[in-house]
Design a protein around this ligand. Structure first.
Ligand SMILES: [Zn+2]
Length: 175
């Protein structure tokens, strides 16, 4: 179970014309750019890609990816499992101009030479799905942020704050 079960590359135009569906798995360890943000490169990604042509003759890929990655919590520095489930709609185009003309429901995917490297597309999708600042759910985290006044009440209310508010209060503390 250590090999990718999806083809490396396909002709997406032909796949769309044939309304093809691709299902399979990709190994995380074959995605070095993604893995540079992960604690381990263990695991695989479930992928389902539906190629088709819509009524406006736009060729598209409807994609679904699912995986679980190991991230490092930036608060307590321990690892945690982060589940990614992502759906996307990519409109196939051959130029920047065509990309701008796509209906909003599509993310443009510029295809050159009728070649699509599946792994690259999925890797990019997963990178976009990673949290900007990886952190446990406050209830699972081993560490609450250091506080000047660490009585129980403030500690509890603090963990409920969003990461942005936490950053904001850290900034204020410095001033
Ligand atoms: Zn944590």
């Amino acid at each position: 179970m250590s090999k990718d079960s999806l083809p490396t590359q396909v002709n997406p135009i032909r796949f769309a014309e044939n309304a093809s569906i691709l299902r399979g798995t990709l190994q995380l360890k074959n995605m070095p750019l993604l893995c540079s943000s992960l604690l381990t490169d263990e695991g695989e990604v479930q992928v389902e890609l539906t190629f088709d042509v819509d009524r406006q003759r736009i060729r598209y890929i409807q994609g679904h990816v699912e995986t679980e990655v190991d991230l490092q919590c930036q608060r307590c520095l321990e690892s945690f499992k982060y589940g990614i489930i992502s759906d996307f709609m990519s409109g196939l185009v051959n130029s920047e101009e065509a990309a701008k003309a796509l209906p909003e429901r599509y993310d443009p995917l510029i295809v050159s030479d009728n070649q699509l490297i599946i792994k690259d597309m999925i890797e990019e999708e997963l990178i976009l799905s990673l949290p900007i600042v990886p952190m446990h759910d406050p209830k699972d985290c081993k560490k609450s942020l250091p506080l000047n006044v660490a009585d129980d009440d403030t500690a509890t209310s603090f963990t409920k704050e969003s990461p942005f508010k936490v950053i904001e209060s850290l900034k204020q503390k410095k001033e």
